[in-house]
Design a protein around this ligand. Sequence first.
Ligand SMILES: [Zn+2]
Length: 129
Amino acid sequence: MKAKIKATDNLWFDVEAEQEDELFKQIARVQEIFQYQGCGACGSTNIKFVSRLDTSDNDWLEIVCQDCRAKLIFGRTKKGGLIFPKIKWDQLSEKQQEHRINEKIYADKHRGYLPDKGWFIYKPKNCDS
Ligand SMILES: [Zn+2]
């Protein structure tokens, strides 16, 4: 059984599986990971998939808006190493929670979901406070 899934205007996937449930899972994965019509903060469709290494050699996966610079970051499950977009407060690391503490009030009121579907603009800590 084969299927073609359109994630965005310039990104298509072919998936194939023996059984319906397996095909279902593959479609769900593509939709969760790749189907982004635009930036969650400003709505621009000018978004880019970015993979980068930090100074400790961890690789980071993120989708970055080329217009407002907001980004959506991805995490990995401990089991199986599957990736997922961080769209809930609980999915952020301690450090990320510390950095994005201003999003907590929103998350608390919205069943744990982050504002702007998880997209945020990275702001270096301000030193004037
Ligand atoms: Zn944007």
